[in-house]
Design a protein around this ligand. Sequence first.
Ligand code: TYM
Length: 324
Amino acid sequence: MKRVFSGVQPTNNLHLGNYLGAIKNWVELQNSYDAFYCVVDLHAITVKQDPKQLRQNVLNVAKTYLALGVDPDKSTIFVQSHVPQHAELAWVLNTIAKLSELERMTQFKDKAKEHKENINMGLFDYPVLMASDILLYSPEVVPVGEDQKQHVELTRDLAARFNSLYGKTFIEPKPLINKEGARIMGLDDPTKKMSKSAASANSYIALLDSPEVVAKKISRAVTDSGTTIESGADRPALTNLLTIYSLLSNQSIKNIEKEYAGKGYADFKKGLAQVVTQFISEFQSKFNALDDNKVKKILEEGAAKAKVVAEKKMEEVKTKMGLL
Ligand code: TYM
């Protein structure tokens, strides 16, 4: 059975972009792939975290996967730091990764600007750890949003380089990026992606926002000049809102445009708030019903299954490289 691997960082609340750009695909893929979905806590510590909050966030991300439909009977759900081979392979891949290629990573450049006081080695090395996450499990596909494409391409380059130096060891995985939803933009600024670390909470809709907050954020969302409910290259704000509406309601953008023909922004925003609130309320009732101890058990079992695969791959790497 072909494999799929992906992960999310346990930093703050997950938002609609994380779901529409990535996790929505995971839920589909678990039906036809051997799926590994990871909570990447070692990535999260590349920016300063409060230990108590981090512990809670790790559990919350796992609960979010489950409440969004990732099924532990079909998928292996686990925490990155529970499988030490992730960090071990990262060290090995560091010896073939080039400074120049890591310096080109746009996410590093952005984060270095954002965290000027803490540009640590881990932040720079982040994409190599991500390559290790992926390559340990030999997945064919890695479902991610557009912003992670460059990292998956680096992963492919590192796999090919290792293979040519030491013999075929790794599969070169492909990024799986949706046509729609791969880059959900900020509600307050449609030129910037929706982000957990945005300066203003009005930028994103967190999956744990209350219905009142969701309605308020949508009513404040930036719109384009003009008054019609239409998407288009010159209408980034409406295109973004229509994309969210379309993906959550399973209707085409064309249909939604027809439904709102002759109506104004206020009507459209009311409709969008309804669609988002319904989705979020269903999600939250599943999230709140999850028992922390049961979730911890799922993560323990997931780590045990992931370890079997990761240990085997790491042994192969060591043998190929001549590590006794
Ligand atoms: P992270 O935690 O920032 O985001 C998790 C996933 O959500 C996607 N995403 C978006 N998609 C659409 N629109 C947006 N505005 C948006 N914001 C985020 C991301 O592309 C991602 O798929 N480095 C990764 C985590 C990671 C990983 C991995 C992913 C570590 N190891 C191995 C895949 C495979 C990250 O920071 O994602």
